[in-house]
Design a protein around this ligand. Structure first.
Ligand code: EPZ
Length: 444
């Protein structure tokens, strides 16, 4: 374990953190979309946000210069870079590669004003405890659609010997020496799996994690850590066995393509009746969604790292129930609802991961969708056509759903608060324009 970083105040070359909405003019951006054009052409899928964020946090485990290629340039990866800089890391977040130097960490505090803008900031907790035995990380708040508990993160770390306290909204660990433990996740959790895997690789002894998440983001994180000298076995299964090691090499990796961005483009071709080819994506990471889209009438051809989709004149209604990977992803629930809103029948969409992830429903309703919510199930009665109207984005995937609906709605749709979209997608509007969509980004 490294000596705890000094309490040297971080010399700030930038104004003190204030939430993006107060300093970033782009926060008032809106998209104006004129619907009706089938998408045509090829689109390059960016690196995966949800794979990049834990790997960025994992650079804290080891002093040195880490190289991460294909990190998507979007609001959330910039926020994670801000958090790491706040801890003392030196970062170059470039278009092709991200270099992170975590040699001189000067603080173990991840402040509320950053963590509240992106809950994945909590990923720094495990690595800080593993490397320094000390951490002070703000509890993330809820999010647009409701509470997002972190009890599994805390219970797992406590099982590994971290006596954590909650002090004025912060998770505090002092003089912690992580040791191997057995822990079973009573709910499959992507974030908690990543958190405990990162904590365990430098703990003393063996850790056994049961009922872990199988998302590619987890497998990738484990592979990256193993290439740095970690000893994780069982990747791709529900049980991970991790032998703690004392040293790790710096990370040097290329982030995998973003399967959720890719599936969002598949849904965009489906809803517009277009025909597009996705470059640099892994169809194996999207099997559930590809099957569902074929049921709506899409024709999909997939090879090792490209997928070509041709949408139907009008999609058939389908029933969708989200589940942990490899099931249908909750991060595609909103986009699928947009597609089903113009289907030739009634679709039943159930989210079993987040029971209240439906902030997109009233906004889709403003465009003419007929959706009835019953608990965590939406009954979607397909309509012939949607009509453009002003709507408001509320979270990353709800924004994407509104963009998809606007691509097919008659007339003009204005989507405000598009910073939600910019949190999770790299230049989605620009990529759609290249596929023939009529989209203008304006500043309200
Ligand atoms: C990750 O969030 C993703 N975010 C989410 O994507 C995604 O929706 C989610 O996994 C589910 O697949 C990132 O990877 C950065 P969870 P995470 O822990 O890790 C419950 C997007 O749009 N739970 O897998 O926060 C939780 O309430 C984002 O890119 C606990 O009860 O999600 C949920 O019901 C949105 N206690 C279920 O587990 C905990 O301690 C799955 O959540 C943690 C989670």
């Amino acid at each position: 374990m490294d000596a705890a970083p000094g309490t040297r105040h971080h010399t700030r070359t930038r104004p003190p953190e204030t939430p993006p909405e107060a300093t970033d003019p782009a926060i008032m951006d809106a998209l104006v979309i004129r619907g009706g054009k089938p998408l045509q052409g090829r689109v390059l899928i960016s690196g995966a946000k949800n794979a990049a964020l834990p790997v960025m946090a994992a650079t804290l485990l080891t002093p040195g210069v880490h190289t991460l290629r294909n990190v998507p340039l979007l609001r959330d990866t910039r926020t994670m870079a801000d958090v790491l800089e706040k801890l003392g890391a030196r970062i170059e977040l470039g278009a092709r590669a991200c270099r992170i130097d975590t040699t001189n960490i000067t603080s173990v505090e991840a402040p509320y004003d950053l963590v509240r803008t992106m809950r994945a900031s909590i990923y720094v907790l495990g690595p800080l405890l593993a490397r320094y035995g000390n951490a002070r990380v703000s509890l993330p708040g809820g999010c647009a659609w409701g509470p997002r508990p972190v009890n599994l993160h805390l219970e797992g770390l406590k099982a590994m010997g971290a006596a954590l306290e909650i002090d004025h909204g912060y998770i505090v660990g002092r003089e912690v020496r992580l040791k191997g433990a057995s822990f079973n996740f009573d709910v499959v959790s992507v974030g908690a799996t990543a958190q405990l895997m990162m904590a365990a690789v430098r703990a003393t002894g063996r850790t056994v994690l049961d009922n872990v998440a199988l998302e590619p983001d987890i497998t990738v994180l484990g592979d990256v850590l193993n290439r740095c000298g970690a000893r994780i076995s069982g990747l791709g299964t529900r049980r991970l066995v991790i032998e703690g090691v004392r040293e790790l090499e710096p990370i040097d990796t290329t982030i995998i393509p973003d399967r959720i961005e890719a599936q969002t483009f598949l849904a965009a071709a489906a809803i517009t009746g277009g025909s597009i080819t996705l470059e640099s994506c892994d169809p194996g990471d999207m099997a559930a969604a590809i099957q569902k889209l074929e049921e709506t009438g899409c024709e999909i051809l997939a090879d090792a790292n490209e997928v070509t989709i041709t949408g139907p004149r009008r999609p058939h209604a389908v029933d969708v129930t989200t589940a942990p990977f490899p099931g249908f992803p909750t991060d595609m629930q909103a986009q699928m609802m947009a597609l089903c809103s113009v289907a030739d029948g009634t679709s039943v969409i159930t989210d079993t991961i987040y029971l209240d992830r439906f902030t997109h429903v009233p906004e889709l309703g403003r465009l003419g969708a007929r959706i009835e919510l019953k608990g965590n199930t939406a009954v979607v009665r397909g309509v012939e056509r949607l009509s453009g109207a002003p709507v408001m984005a509320t979270d990353i995937r709800a924004s994407a759903a509104l963009v998809l609906a606007a691509l097919i709605a008659e007339g003009e749709t204005r989507i405000s608060r598009i910073y939600h979209l910019d949190r999770g997608y790299e230049a989605l509007d620009q990529k759609l324009i290249k596929l023939g969509a009529s989209i203008e980004r304006i500043r309200e």
